[in-house]
Design a binder for this molecule. Structure first.
Ligand SMILES: C[S@@+](CC[C@H](N)C(=O)[O-])C[C@H]1O[C@@H](n2cnc3c(N)ncnc32)[C@H](O)[C@@H]1O
Length: 267
């Protein structure tokens, strides 16, 4: 009986696109400690660096606009604060040009990018029906039933109070973008997880990028082998591009040619 309740609960969350991890008894201790005002982190032999993130003095975390954005998007994105901070900082380094989120699910990541650069035009893409295909041996950590519990309307409504120039597009990217005028793309958050979609998206974007443009890839080098393969193949065919891993689980991809003769950043 208890087993069936546990299995059904797990299936309920998996079907809605959540990652379900077993609560370790130590987590209960951490929850109790937190109530008492202490933050406990396990020191794992696999991750001996401790703690993984010390955030107190990071400028981005103290920025009121960033904090407001996190509050607006936190229930509409799977991205953690560290990855949202990278998106915030990097989107602001780019431009002029349009901004894209490819693979938006419930739209929180897209709204957050738009909050970082509110004057810019944004295009937001998803099938809103999950994955079209999973490549065996490459996309095994993903499930065909994930990411179906959302709609384009949900994402449009999320943007509604903010008066932004935004287009939400339903369909398989890049086919879904073929008839759109995207202008020059200055920033793209590419979060489609799997091999085929990542490969086709990168190929499509390569000649549509603006000067001073960046692509941030989610799920880089964290077991999404299809995405890692797609990035490797793309780099092999596009020598002007460079890719850097970013902590935690993203990558920064850009064309060196499009960052030539760019004025230095003012701190
Ligand atoms: C990890 S989720 C995106 C999470 C989202 N960026 C966030 O902030 O929570 C991956 C999404 O990619 C979408 N997707 C996968 N392949 C796609 C494709 N070719 N075109 C459009 N969307 C795609 C899925 O439907 C799913 O919603």
């Amino acid at each position: 009986m208890l087993r069936a309740i546990k299995d059904n609960t797990k299936r309920y969350f998996l079907d809605r696109g959540y990652q379900v991890d077993k609560l370790h008894p130590a987590s209960l201790v951490r929850l109790i400690a937190r109530k008492l005002g202490y933050a406990l982190y396990p020191i794992s032999p696999e991750y001996p660096l401790y703690p993984p993130v010390i955030g107190q003095d990071l400028a981005v975390l103290k920025e009121p606009a960033f904090q407001e954005s996190i509050k607006a998007v936190e229930h509409h994105t799977l991205l953690d604060v560290a990855r949202l901070a990278n998106l915030w900082n990097l989107a602001r380094l780019t431009g002029p040009g349009t901004m894209l989120e490819v693979g938006t699910f419930r739209g929180g990541g897209a709204l957050h990018i738009s909050n970082a650069c509110p004057a810019r035009e944004m295009f937001v893409f998803d099938t809103f029906e999950g994955f079209r295909s999973l490549a065996p041996g490459l996309d095994d950590i993903f499930d065909r039933n994930w990411f179906k519990d959302t709609t384009a309307e949900h994402v449009r409504l999320l943007f509604e109070p903010f008066n932004r120039k935004v287009t939400v597009v339903k369909g398989f990217f890049p086919n879904s973008a073929e008839k759109l005028d995207l202008g020059r793309v200055a920033f793209c958050h590419l979060d489609v997880d799997v091999y085929e979609a990542s490969r086709d998206s990168l190929t499509f974007l390569a000649d549509k990028l603006a000067d001073r443009s960046l692509i941030v890839l989610d799920d880089f080098q964290r077991g999404a082998h299809g995405l890692d393969r797609a990035v490797g193949e793309f780099l092999a065919g596009h020598e002007q591009f460079t890719c850097f891993p970013l902590f935690p689980g993203q990558a920064l991809l850009f064309s060196r040619e499009l960052w030539n003769n760019i004025p230095p950043l003012t701190p």
